[in-house]
Design a protein around this ligand. Sequence first.
Ligand code: TTP
Ligand code: MG
Length: 404
Amino acid sequence: MDTPILHIDMDAFFANVEKRDNPLLKDVPVVVGSHPHKSPRGVVSTCCYIARKFGVRSAMPTTEALRLCPTAVFIEPNSKRYSEVSSEIMKIFLNYTPLVEPISIDEAFLDVGGCEKLFGTPLEIARLIQSEVFNKLGLTCSIGVAPNKFLAKLASDLKKPNGITVINSQDVDKVLDPLPVSKIWGVGIKQQSKLNSLGIKTIADIKKLEILQLESLFGSLGTSLYNLSRGIDERKIETTTEIKSISNETTFSHDISDDNIIKANLIKLADKVSRRLRMKNLVGRTIMLKIRYDDFRTTTSQVTLPEPTSLPSMIISNVWDMYTKREHKNKKVRLIGVGVSKFEDKSINTQLSLFADTDKEQREKRESNLHSSIDKILSKFGDKAIIRGSEKQVNRRDKNGSLV
Ligand code: TTP
Ligand code: MG
């Protein structure tokens, strides 16, 4: 198998950590989320496979979960604990290959090419990892083994829980053709209904269209649709070791003087940077703001925090602070950029435990938990599945024909 990639995803992750830690929960339906009698507007973070038989799902209102499964035990999420376990899982993966790319709290890609001599075929490596995770941590995971990331991720979902699925190059068409278009990375609800309205329901249907047709209908997503529907995905495993900083920037189509627009865009950039940090399980101590003015003069400022962070609220408050203290207040802004560097500690858990103030710790925990949910939704339904109110405002301004 050329570049054998594993995608490993923990089964019912938060719920199974809770079940493992409390044997009384072993045979009962467990829902991770505040009890609806306590927080009536809460949502389900995840639930165990027993609760899933009743129809309970992630992101469902907890009131609905209780209606579907009145015997469910609701458990408050403990993000610190889940981050700890996540670090332990990633450590196990690193025993097999240095090429590990964590993509969320409970999943990672591994490139096991070149590890055959030590550990056996990719399938054997998958079996070894599955047993080691279970024996050491008491948790099950599902693994996809395939020639690339797209196929491996798709495969890991096919035999959940505790399954291993191999997709070999020669089986790609057989596996992909009957699947709904929503299985393709980047196809969210909006793209799905657009494809469906054109009569394109399965991956085989996508293959009937020429690349130019797909690109004219879907832009750059069209290119991905063309390639992924044929099982082609050239992306390499990205490890975090050599990354020194993570940043994003925006160049405005008109130079901007309205601080509200700048703020909304800084929030958007901070969200993006924060998400990329979380995907790589990184936290950084230095926050950077870059401003290019209408005369192309470019300034950068930075601040170093007492504790490393990946939280958007932390990044936003610091860049906004730097922005309001900028030198050239009378100039219009052409470009803004936000970055985080000085990575110190990969564990969100360490970050949280360093705060002595309990209220603050609770807030940080809640924010971290919220963002892990958001990441999951975005990775399932695409980048536009959730946007902040501030971003909506910016978009509205766009439509009204002005500034950004
Ligand atoms: P998932 O891997 O999507 O779900 P899961 O591990 O609970 O179940 P499975 O993989 O077996 O289908 O997400 C991993 C964790 O992320 C999950 O345990 C809880 C959290 N999460 C949320 O908090 N909210 C969400 O909407 C989703 C989808 C996940
Ligand atoms: Mg999972």
